[in-house]
Design a protein around this ligand. Structure first.
Ligand code: SF4
Ligand code: SF4
Ligand code: FES
Length: 271
C-alpha cells in the first residue's frame, strides 16, 4: 500500500521517458503492482517508465487514435474513472488498468448495397430502418448517462444515441464526429450497446446517402487511380532516412490560423 513506505521501491529510469529534473515521485499501481513514478508523466509514459513496453493499446500518443482507453480508481475511492493513457496525467494512488481492446458489436454490411436510391422518400428500408436491423440494441438505451460520463472526448454519447433512436441520423453523425473509437462507452453500457460502432455506421450512411458527393474528393480519387502519384512515391522510396527528414522539416507549411480553404502551397505540382 502507498502509505507503507517500505513497500515503495523506486525503479530505475526506463529507456523511453526522461522525467523533468526535480519531478516529485508518486506511487501508482499498474496492473495491480505498485510503482513510483514522476508526477509529471501521463499514464502511458509512467507505464513505460515503470518498465512496460507497449505492444498494443498505443498508437498516436496524441489523443487521436483511441487505442489507449484506460480505467482507474484512487485508493479509498469507490468511483471508477476513465481516460486516454496518453492524455491523462498520473496522480498519487491511482490504480490503473488499460483496456487494450473492447469487443464491440460490428455487424457486417455492404454500404454500397444497403439502402436503395429512394431513401429520402422514407421508404421501407430507410437508413433508420437499417440502423434498427443492424443495431437493434440501440433502441434499448435506458438513458443512464454512463456513456457520456465515461467518454474521454467529452462527447454527449447518450444524446447521440437518443438522436439515433429518433431517426435524426444527421444530428447523430455530427454529434459523434469527434469519437476516437476507444470503446470506453461501450464497456460500461448496461444495455450492451456498442455506441461507437453504431455511430460509425450512422456517419457512413450520412456521408454516403445524405450529404452531397464531394467533387474535389472524386477528382483526387481519379488522380490516384490514374497513377499520378506513383512516380513521386517511387522517388520518395529511394531516398535515405536523412533525405526524408530534410524534406519533411523543410517542407512548406500551412501558417497557423489560416481560414479553411484559403491557403495553398506555392508549389502545387504535388497536389
Ligand atoms: S463515444 Fe465512446 S468510443 Fe467514442 S470517444 Fe467517446 S467513449 Fe470513446
Ligand atoms: S450507457 Fe448505454 S444505456 Fe446508458 S445512456 Fe449510454 S447508451 Fe444508454
Ligand atoms: S495513443 Fe492514440 S489516443 Fe492515446
Amino acid at each position: 500500500m502507498a502509505k507503507d513506505k517500505k513497500l515503495i521501491k523506486p525503479l530505475a529510469t526506463g529507456d523511453k521517458t526522461i522525467p523533468p529534473e526535480g519531478a516529485k515521485m508518486i506511487p501508482i499501481y499498474i496492473m495491480g503492482r505498485e510503482y513510483v513514478v514522476p508526477e509529471t508523466l501521463t499514464i502511458m509514459k509512467a507505464t513505460e517508465y515503470a518498465g512496460y513496453q507497449y505492444m498494443r493499446g498505443c498508437g498516436c500518443r496524441g489523443g487521436i487514435c483511441g487505442a489507449c482507453g484506460t480505467f482507474y480508481r484512487f485508493l479509498g475511492d469507490y468511483k471508477l474513472k476513465s481516460g486516454l493513457a496518453c492524455q491523462t496525467v498520473v496522480q498519487p494512488n491511482m490504480v490503473i488498468a488499460q483496456l487494450p481492446f473492447f469487443p464491440s458489436n460490428r455487424p457486417s454490411y455492404n454500404l454500397e448495397k444497403l439502402v436503395p436510391a429512394g431513401i429520402k422518400q422514407g421508404m421501407e428500408n430507410s437508413p433508420h430502418e437499417e440502423l434498427r436491423r443492424l443495431y437493434p440494441e440501440v433502441f434499448k438505451c435506458v438513458g443512464c448517462g454512463t456513456c457520456t460520463r465515461t467518454c474521454p472526448m467529452d462527447i454527449d454519447v447518450m444524446d447521440y444515441i437518443a438522436l439515433m433512436k429518433r431517426g435524426d441520423l444527421k444530428g447523430a453523425a455530427i454529434k459523434s464526429f469527434d469519437c476516437v473509437m476507444c470503446g470506453l462507452c461501450a464497456s460500461r453500457c448496461p444495455a450492451q450497446i456498442s455506441q461507437f460502432t453504431a455511430a460509425m455506421f450512422v456517419r457512413r450512411l450520412y456521408g454516403k446517402y445524405v450529404l452531397p458527393a464531394a467533387e474535389h474528393l472524386k477528382k483526387r480519387v481519379e488522380a490516384v487511380k490514374s497513377g499520378k502519384y506513383l512516380k513521386m512515391l517511387d522517388e520518395l522510396a529511394k531516398k535515405s532516412t536523412d533525405e526524408l527528414k530534410k524534406l519533411y522539416t523543410e517542407r512548406e507549411r500551412e501558417p497557423d490560423m489560416t481560414e479553411p480553404g484559403k491557403w495553398m502551397p506555392k508549389d502545387v505540382s504535388h497536389l
